[in-house]
Design a protein around this ligand. Structure first.
Ligand code: HEM
Length: 406
């Protein structure tokens, strides 16, 4: 368990896991607060769900997330090995990474028969993703891992158990309108990052690839092993879920419950999933919020919980949406929804458990993240793989470190 960090932001976690060692160089650098920008506001049209406690009234929102929507306009045509594929991209200032991966496309003769990839086939895809994670040292803190986790979560977290719609089966964020939903601002960076992998392994569906990207990132950045099954199929634009199913960061615990109960999660699971904010950062040109949650944003650990509990947080004075700042260094942030986990008694109890016991957090996160990535996928999709995956057992793909040490 990580102890409370009150030292200067330049200090480095003393106990990094071996497979997080590669990230240590970057973690050592202080995550300085970035220049802020006051973005134009626009309203989000929330899905009408009826009078559920905590459900959003149409359109109440932080108002800064949908700048992408207003700026929408780019049409990109990606010609893939399997055929021509048109998708609408949200505008993003990031470098377009549509170059072909180092490996080159796998020859059709070596594709798995009927698309039924074995664990070894997906291990190759895993390795190709992990090799590219640090391809651009100038990207954020030096790794695409965190944004891949966010893509995996946003492509799955649209699931609504009441209508059995949304979820990870479809990768419909390739299309407008979903790519332009305010919550998905900036995820083009992750989709573009994975595109060369899709070209290299054309037999993998986007839906499997995007969820696998999240697994690679969690495992390579020092998190728990994530059981993962292939079987998702891609769907067309008419399967895009309506806007408003993902959480708004400026809201409280009722809203969190409304959003996550719809996916089928309970209070403890909401807290476990929120621990993913150990990774990455907020971007003022994406969500409007700014900064990382912890000092080593490329190390998956329970520090999000220890900081949340033990650090002093005050409202940041700045020309941006309401967010919280740590008193010790001023370099860390919490969203209003993160603070809601402290303010709500039941959530707080779970935060305390995870702050004390990183092993427990890892154990729970392993299960809930795996469940998240399967939301909305019909069981028969997974069953199809039974002949190659020992009666439907999930794959436990090996980390780079495990393969090196084998
Ligand atoms: C509890 C409700 C949640 C809210 C309100 C929320 C909100 C946000 C916001 C506003 C950002 C910043 C986006 C940006 O500016 O780039 C963010 C980033 C992130 N979120 Fe969440 N999130 C929630 C839950 C989750 C969950 C369940 C996961 C994964 C299991 C997750 C993983 C991440 C990661 C890894 C990032 C960093 C992305 C990057 O560095 O590019 N979040 N989240």
């Amino acid at each position: 368990m990580a102890a409370l960090r009150t030292v200067a932001s330049t200090s480095l976690r003393s106990t990094l896991r071996p497979n997080a060692a590669a990230t240590a160089r970057r973690s050592a650098q202080a995550p300085s607060l970035r220049a802020t920008r006051n973005l134009s506001s626009s309203r989000i049209v929330a899905e009408q769900q009826g009078p559920v406690k905590g459900s959003p009234p149409p359109a109440a929102d932080s108002g800064v997330r949908t700048n992408r929507t207003a700026l929408f306009g780019g049409l990109a045509i990606a010609v893939l090995a399997g055929g021509a594929f048109a998708f609408f991209g949200d505008r993003d200032d990031r470098k377009n990474l549509l170059d072909v991966g180092r490996g080159g496309a796998q020859s059709a003769a070596s594709w798995p028969k009927d698309g039924l990839g074995s664990q070894q086939d997906y291990q190759k895809v895993y390795n190709a993703i992990s090799e590219r994670l640090e391809i651009d040292p100038k990207y954020d803190d030096g790794s695409y891992g965190p944004v891949l986790v966010r893509l995996a979560w946003h492509s799955s977290g649209t699931y609504d158990k009441h209508t059995n719609t949304g979820g990870s089966n479809g990768a419909t964020m390739r299309f407008a309108p979903e790519s332009n939903h305010g919550a998905n601002a900036g995820l083009k960076a992750a989709r573009d990052f994975l595109e060369p992998i899709k070209q290299q392994f054309p037999w993998v569906t986007y839906s499997d690839l995007w969820t696998l990207g999240g697994v690679v990132a969690i495992q390579e950045l020092g998190g728990p092993k994530i059981p993962w099954r292939p079987g998702r199929s891609d769907r067309e634009a008419n399967f895009c879920p309506p806007e408003g199913r993902l959480p708004d960061a400026d809201k409280g615990s009722d809203h969190l419950r409304w959003v996550f109960y719809k996916m089928g999660f309970n209070d403890e699971e909401i807290v476990a999933l929120s621990g993913a904010h150990a990774l990455g950062r907020c971007h003022s040109d994406r969500s409007g919020f700014d900064g990382p949650w912890q000092h080593s944003p490329l190390s998956f650990n329970n520090e999000y919980f220890t900081l949340l509990l033990n650090e002093k947080w005050h409202v940041r004075k700045w020309d941006g949406p309401k967010q919280f700042q740590d008193a010790s260094t001023g370099g860390l942030m919490m969203l209003p929804t993160d603070m809601a986990l402290l303010q709500d008694k039941k959530f707080r109890k779970q935060v305390e458990k995870y702050a004390k016991n990183e092993e427990l957090f890892f154990k729970d996160f392993q299960r809930v993240f795996s469940t998240l990535l399967e939301l909305g996928v019909p069981q028969e999709n997974f069953k199809r793989f039974e002949p190659v995956n020992e009666s439907g057992k999930p794959y436990m793909l090996k980390t780079t470190a495990e393969q090196e040490n084998a």
